[in-house]
Design a protein around this ligand. Structure first.
Ligand SMILES: [Zn+2]
Length: 202
């Protein structure tokens, strides 16, 4: 934990004082504009990729950026989505996948997951994406990249089954976006929910 405590000391000494006004404002204000749903992968850092300040992004990170479809019962992801949309009133939701994703690689390459049963169960939420990717992947694209893109599409569809999201979409107060981040180049491509070819997001 040595690295982290040194980081905290540096944050308090150098970073926090430089943004003292912002942090004072944020003490009583929580109005993020965007819900960012990304992979838990340590290399995919939402605030860094989007150059966002504290207070701007409400973030949910799960293994494989999976969003279970709405179902009864306690669910941390569903609670986070509902809070962001219905209480905080975010105007946009981004589901961000990434190339070199361990979860998508394990599925596309059919790794043996019997030693990690919780991971295996969780990744079932990518079943629809996996079925579409294995049916449609071209040789040039490769099955892992196809699955990364299809998975973002599938999770956008799952997202829309959540009542708070469905309501906001019907009222035209919310937009959904799908992104795929590439670690070595830093590029972000936009995934079209309808499956049209990818375009750079910025
Ligand atoms: Zn990942």
């Amino acid at each position: 934990m040595q690295d982290l405590t040194e980081g905290v000391a540096r944050f308090q000494r150098d970073v926090h004082p430089a943004k003292a006004e912002l942090f004072a404002h944020l003490a009583t204000t929580h109005r993020p504009t965007t819900l960012f749903i990304g992979c838990s992968d340590a290399r995919v850092v939402p605030e860094l990729i989007t150059q966002s300040e504290p207070g701007e992004l409400f973030v949910i990170r799960t293994a494989g950026n999976l969003v279970p479809a709405h179902a009864p019962g306690p669910d941390a992801v569903a609670a986070g989505i509902e809070y962001a949309v219905a209480v905080l009133g975010v105007r946009g939701i981004v589901v961000c996948g990434h190339f070199s994703c361990g979860a998508m690689t394990a599925l596309a390459e059919r790794h043996d997951l019997t030693a990690t049963p919780a991971v295996a169960d969780w990744l079932r939420h990518a079943d629809a994406a996996r079925a579409r990717a294995s049916a449609s992947a071209s040789a040039a694209e490769g099955e892992v990249s196809a699955l990364v893109r299809e998975n973002v599409r599938a999770q956008l569809a799952n997202l829309a089954t959540h009542p708070s999201v469905a309501r906001a979409l019907a009222q035209h107060t919310l937009t959904l976006s799908g992104w795929v981040y590439d670690i070595p180049t830093g590029t972000v491509e936009e995934v079209d929910p309808a499956g049209r070819p990818p375009v750079p997001a910025g």
